[in-house]
Write a protein that binds this ligand. Structure first.
Ligand SMILES: CSC[C@@H](O)[C@@H](O)C(=O)COP(=O)(O)O
Length: 318
């Protein structure tokens, strides 16, 4: 199953806000619809939003007007600020426009390459990460860095787990629910049990400290890898500090398209999302509307807490 794909001049994507209760594909026919789907987390995860933006540009290119394409690129750039894959994919598509005679064909080729490459890269990254895992390991992961966060098949952090399972390395997994919008509970525990088929235990975010003595390795994804650390889903930093305290190895799995080494972590723009995501869970009000809520979507983990970044080319240190 593809997380996102391009078919019959439409962008098709799994509506991740409906999982795990309904598996429903959205059929998007305009760039605006793609932009809103990214903003509303119908598609989310750094590589998946990059691929979706590339397909959004492919949709816009069908109009045959360069100005429309440039407006589409601007609109997509304004959807979410933290994951660099979004900007990387848009730049990659727009760069071929400048260099080609038949720009519509070039856009189509580039968008489809971004999609295909993502799958191949994730499998290689999975293999590099699986080399770090041993029989009997309990692996903790956070948020969703699975097939749903990429173009499909493997994912980044969950790609490591999936390749380990495919290679018969005997591991079990602990995943956090990941408040506020529960990517861990709704998406990761779904992928781990329904797709990968690995022994999985779901915990609340605040149980990480208590459980850390039972964890052998932590593997998470990233939204942006700067030269001195990474931005990833809020709560990642807490887990890294706890892993350090307990002497547990902490790895980040991220493709080269997530690297932005021109920046330091302090220069990364961190998305702030609506208070409603905190005051409600799946549409159910859990706090008075009157209370203030602060919803920082990502946090920053410095390099000193990271044992290695697993990429398609191997494991590197920051
Ligand atoms: C391969 S995905 C890595 C990250 O994108 C993932 O861990 C994450 O933080 C996703 O955040 P989200 O807000 O769901 O887009």
């Amino acid at each position: 199953m593809d997380t996102v794909r391009f078919e019959d001049d439409k962008v098709l994507m799994i509506d991740q806000t409906k999982l795990p209760n309904e598996l429903e594909y959205l059929e998007l026919e305009s760039v605006e619809e793609v932009a809103i789907a990214i903003e509303e987390l119908k598609v989310r995860g750094a590589p998946a939003i990059g691929v979706s933006a590339a397909f959004g540009l492919l949709l816009a290119s069908k109009e045959g007007d360069l100005e429309v394409l440039e407006e589409a690129a601007d609109r997509l750039r304004r959807t979410r600020p933290t994951a660099v894959n979004l900007f990387w994919a848009i730049d990659r598509v727009m760069d071929v426009v400048d260099r080609s005679g038949d720009w519509q064909k070039a856009v189509e080729k580039e968008a489809k390459s971004i999609f295909m490459e993502d799958r191949e890269i994730n499998k290689r990254m999975g293999d590099n990460g699986a080399d770090l895992l041993d029989d009997g390991d309990t692996v903790l992961t956070h948020c969703n860095a699975g097939a749903l966060a990429t173009s499909g098949m493997y994912g980044t952090a969950l790609g490591v787990i999936k390749r380990a399972v495919e290679r018969d390395i005997d591991i079990d997994v602990v995943c956090t629910e990941t408040r506020p919008v529960l990517q861990g509970a709704r998406l990761t525990s779904y992928e781990l049990t329904m797709d990968i088929g690995v022994d999985t235990t779901l915990i609340v975010d605040s149980a990480v400290g208590a459980l850390m003595p039972k964890i052998d390795k932590v593997v998470v994804g990233a939204d942006r890898v700067a030269r001195d650390g990474v931005a990833n889903k809020i709560g990642t930093y807490n887990i890294a500090v706890l892993a350090d305290r307990h002497g547990v190895e902490f790895y980040v799995a991220a493709p080269k398209s997530t690297f932005d080494e021109e920046l330091t972590i302090d220069e990364i723009e961190i998305e702030e999302r609506s208070e409603t995501e905190i005051k409600q869970i799946c549409g159910c009000q859990i706090a008075p509307n009157k209370v203030k809520a602060y919803n920082q979507a990502f946090d920053l983990t410095p390099a000193e807490l990271i044992d290695g970044v697993i990429t398609e080319d191997g494991v590197t240190e920051l």
